[in-house]
Design a protein around this ligand. Structure first.
Ligand SMILES: *[C@@H]1O[C@H](CO)[C@@H](O)[C@H](O)[C@H]1NC(C)=O
Ligand SMILES: *[C@@H]1O[C@H](CO)[C@@H](O)[C@H](O)[C@H]1NC(C)=O
Ligand SMILES: *[C@@H]1O[C@H](CO)[C@@H](O)[C@H](O)[C@H]1NC(C)=O
Ligand SMILES: *[C@@H]1O[C@H](CO)[C@@H](O)[C@H](O)[C@H]1NC(C)=O
Ligand SMILES: *[C@@H]1O[C@H](CO)[C@@H](O)[C@H](O)[C@H]1NC(C)=O
Ligand SMILES: *[C@@H]1O[C@H](CO)[C@@H](O)[C@H](O)[C@H]1NC(C)=O
Ligand SMILES: CC(=O)N[C@H]1CO[C@H](CO)[C@@H](O)[C@@H]1O
Length: 373
């Protein structure tokens, strides 16, 4: 097992990272993906992310230590600048998830003039996570379908796939730049229109990107930000912290939902209020324990982490279906000691204190409403 891990580390650090250094951003190869359960990507993920010795080995090529502080290695400015034109904003106007308008950051205001924007509705922007595009099936399109079904928002999705498909540590290192570009584009969009506020929703690395972006806005207001299982690796206080991620003061109100805390999700309470589904940790109901299955397919491997996104979709589709209960601890909640305390829908929390706990079903639609709280 050790030698297998070492060769994966070797492959990852040298084949992927050094090859990318010499190649322009537009031609970087995507990470391998596979629809089958023999998926080497998941082995790489396990090696790269598991909070053990292998993790600190794998990041050594891109992360360095200065006085015991972990810092990200930056890409050269010229390389980073190549990434900006690759970022696109999608407006999904329905009725199908194939109905969308795509604009670059410089032309974002065209979204207001093509006849697809509904000025009577508020706006929501979704930020996908690592290796995910605006149209990734079972992921971004789940969010799109949920918002189309709810039918009360203009839905934007940030497509930063040309950036986020890179090696993980490299993506983390360029996120402050990406957020700066997005914030400037959103501010210009706001100043060119009467769209002055937007809800942000981000999953995993996208949760941190949404926070970074909101933090840098000067004109557009973000009254509500949903941070769905914000990414753990390089953001969690343990085992290695490279950058601070999304935090409670990034938006007027930050709701953080945890489903894989301490693994792919951060183990930190980062929101104005934090919600914990089924204790907030793996293994979520219906998911397969992946820590004993390094050969598991990516869908199994990321099941608990992705559950936060699916729970949010369930809550958007059916308001009142995903509800948490205020309780000081998971064990007190499990023991029924908080039955008299207040409950709150994750899409509309009213109190900026927590934590909130709830149970879910193993399958869609997941939410048990008040019965799960
Ligand atoms: C899994 O796929 C790899 C690469 O395609 C192959 O070398 C390996 O033999 C496969 N393993 C199994 C158990 O099928
Ligand atoms: C590391 O620590 C030394 C000694 O305290 C200090 O002089 C130096 O500036 C530190 N380096 C950084 C990058 O913080
Ligand atoms: C715009 O949104 C409002 C409020 O949701 C809705 O009543 C109206 O039908 C929408 N207009 C169009 C053209 O979809
Ligand atoms: C916002 O701007 C649009 C387009 O200019 C306009 O149709 C709409 O009436 C405006 N809404 C408000 C509330 O001012
Ligand atoms: C519940 O979560 C805590 C961390 O928040 C963890 O230490 C504990 O092991 C989890 N319990 C179960 C049963 O998963
Ligand atoms: C979903 O629709 C309801 C109205 O049916 C609305 O109150 C709620 O805010 C919507 N949820 C989201 C997340 O937009
Ligand atoms: C091509 C396609 O999927 N069309 C669907 C778009 O949405 C409408 C309304 O939900 C459906 O009736 C179409 O079949």
């Amino acid at each position: 097992m050790k030698s297998v891990e070492s060769s994966i580390i070797f492959y990852f650090c040298f084949s992927v990272v050094t090859a990318q250094l010499a190649t322009p951003a537009s031609t970087w190869p995507p990470l391998s993906t596979s629809a089958t359960c023999n998926n080497s990507l998941s082995s790489e993920l396990l090696t790269m992310f598991s909070p053990n010795a292998a993790f600190s080995n794998v990041v050594i090529s891109s992360i360095s230590y200065v006085n015991s502080t972990v810092i990200c290695t930056s890409m050269a400015d010229a390389e980073v600048a190549l990434l900006r034109p690759t970022i696109k904003i999608y407006l999904f106007y329905g009725p199908n998830n194939t109905d969308y308008q795509v604009e670059t950051l410089d032309n974002m205001k065209n979204l207001l003039t093509a006849g697809h924007w509904n000025f009577s509705r508020p706006a929501t922007c979704f930020f996908p996570g690592w290796t995910k595009s605006a149209t990734s099936p079972g992921y971004s399109l789940e969010v799109v379908d949920a918002y189309l079904a709810n039918g009360t928002s203009n839905l934007l999705v940030v497509d930063w796939w040309a950036v986020n498909r890179m090696e993980y540590t490299r993506v983390v290192s360029v996120m402050p730049s990406v957020a700066q570009w997005l914030a400037q584009a959103f501010d210009a969009f706001c100043e060119a229109s009467n769209v002055t506020a937007m809800t942000f929703v981000g999953h995993s690395l996208g949760a941190h990107l949404s926070g970074y972006t909101a933090r840098r806005l000067a004109a557009l207001a973000v009254p509500f930000l949903a941070a769905l299982d914000p990414a753990g690796p390089l953001f969690s206080p343990v085992p290695l912290r490279c950058q601070e991620g999304v935090r409670a003061d990034d938006a007027h109100f930050v709701m953080a939902l945890h489903t894989d805390a301490g693994r792919f999700g951060s183990d930190a309470a980062v929101g104005s209020v934090d919600y914990y589904a089924n204790n907030g940790t793996h293994v979520q109901p219906g998911c397969t324990p992946y820590d004993t299955q390094p050969g598991a397919c990516a869908a199994q491997f990321l099941c608990s982490h992705t559950r936060a996104l699916l729970l949010w979709c369930a809550a958007v589709r059916r308001p009142g279906s995903v509800v948490g209960r205020l309780c000081p601890s998971s064990s007190a909640f499990a023991a029924g000691m908080c039955s008299g305390r207040s409950t709150n829908d994750i899409t509309a929390p009213t109190a900026n204190w927590g934590p909130y706990y709830f149970k879910t079903n193993a399958d869609a639609p997941y939410g048990q409403g008040i019965h799960g709280a």
